[in-house]
Design a protein around this ligand. Sequence first.
Ligand SMILES: [Cu+2]
Length: 125
Amino acid sequence: MVVGLISIGMLFGCSKGYESQKTADDLKITLSVDRYPLVKGDNMLSLKVVDAVGKAVTDAAVNVRYFMPAMPGMAPMDFNTQAVPKGDRYSFSANVPMEGGWKAEVSVARQGKPASTATFNLDAR
Ligand SMILES: [Cu+2]
């Protein structure tokens, strides 16, 4: 029974989604992805932004810079994309050309306010 449960856990563990939350100024930004670690190629990710009272912020301009920190013998990999509003979230796709550790810098710009930024660590395999 215990062995059975463990193997089911490992089975789902392989294709489990991932969610991470960061605070940026008065905002909470949650990044989610269905399939994690990221894969080489296209990955669909989404972001949820809530304000101090827990209300979803749906009218901001959300930019994502995803990059691999400098590595010896590797050309810099640095990409920018605009996340698209979708319901109470923002979605974007990240085309990851290399396995390893990536960072996603999410910048949320609301009307009349300076942009709020949070950085997420992501793993690609
Ligand atoms: Cu690299």
